[in-house]
Design a protein around this ligand. Sequence first.
Ligand code: HEC
Length: 157
Amino acid sequence: MIKKILKIALIVIVVIFVGMQAFRPTLSNPPVDEAQTINAKTQMTPQVASILDRSCRDCHTNKTVWPWYTQIAPVSWWLANHVSDGRRDLNMSEWGKLPKDRQDRKLRQMCDEVQDGQMPLSSYLPMHPTAKLSDQDKKILCGWTDAERDRLNTPSK
Ligand code: HEC
């Protein structure tokens, strides 16, 4: 009896899991205009570029890397939401489209979020251990955002 119930339960779970796979979110990367990226539009340094690339790229650019497990529901639903929310708030591939005052605010937020430990999202770290930022990384990033904000607010520079 118990064995039969377990068998039916297992079949139901498998059917639900397979059924979920029919609902595929679009895990897409919109095209990138290299002239509009944060790297092109700022005085990017190699250190900051590498911090942004290893720690923020997957959620805040149009160059997300989608490993195999991101294709499987329900993980795919969850991640597609993260990336679309992340890009909506801050898209470093479309940096040039932001007016200067918004760039200034985003730069400030980038430093704040990283210093508060809010970014990168903690749920990202187990699968991406190299995204974790050291105190030194945070200092480098904030030093750079400060310098960029100075530059934005000093038109002649
Ligand atoms: C796993 C995905 C993920 C990673 C990695 C990530 N972010 Fe985010 N980020 C988000 C999401 C999602 C939001 C939308 C707001 C929220 O849900 O917290 C966001 C929001 C933001 C915002 C906007 C906050 C606001 O108040 O508008 C900034 C700035 C930001 N992230 C900076 C960064 C920086 C800098 C890094 C790298 C050091 C980073 N994020 C890494 C997912 C991510």
